[in-house]
Design a protein around this ligand. Sequence first.
Ligand code: KIV
Length: 286
Amino acid sequence: MPTNAMTAPAVRASKGSGTPLVMVTAYDAPGARIADEAGVDIILVGDSLAMVVLGYEDTLQVTVDDMAHHVAAVARAKPRPLIVGDMPWMSYHVSVEDTVRNAAALMRAGAQSVKLEGGRKRVDMIKAIVDAEIPVMGHIGLTPQSVHALGGFKVQGKQAAAAAALVDDAVALADAGCFAIVLEAVPDGVARAVTEAVGVPTIGIGAGPWCDGQVLVYHDVLGIEDRISPKFVRRYASVKADSVAALSEYASDVRTGRFPSEDESYHLSDDVAEALGLYGAVTKTA
Ligand code: KIV
């Protein structure tokens, strides 16, 4: 861990600092280095891995082994931001023992904390993980692992009762020991009420400006994923379009003989070329 590394206690203590926390997902070492150099506070190795990297339709397909593989890749970059490993679906639903073992597997892979989805009903699991000295980040609102139970990827907490339930969930998570809570796809007023109700930072995605921090998915923020564009995503680059243009240029250069050039090739010395009978043939011009 770098000496100036972000920690879970530091994230928790930042509540009320006035400077919003910045979290972004990353799934490999280059992504972690980019996030680190950009100065973000927290890297989430999210189970969005399933959709943006592995090509699945939802997040339900990834396993603890998949997550550990990508957490380890991020950790090898030794980034300064805090590494949060997302616990995949069914890794914290069966038993307390199973849950703690799965959280430990992500920590041994290099995570410095874990995140799991759900409100009050996850309190026992969260307490057990915290008891094992593993910092836990909560996640309420639209919880993508519940996509079938929720009937789709829909904004949550729009009615008064549902909004109040989200505030109760957040308080329960904070009381159970979560050091921060992700709020996904909730009206800005609900995010404000939750943020005011808990003593730990809230980190929003599609939750408006009142949260203590913001998180976006790497592939969305950089424009690598351009097939869908949720309202809450702001794109800061067009990496997919730039990459297609760059690879098209490369393909064209190969096909027309413009790549590789003399400067991009290794050359034989004259005597070896002569011994091979190549004489003047060592230089190929397009
Ligand atoms: O997996 C993920 O990327 C997430 C964020 C959307 C918070 O959980």
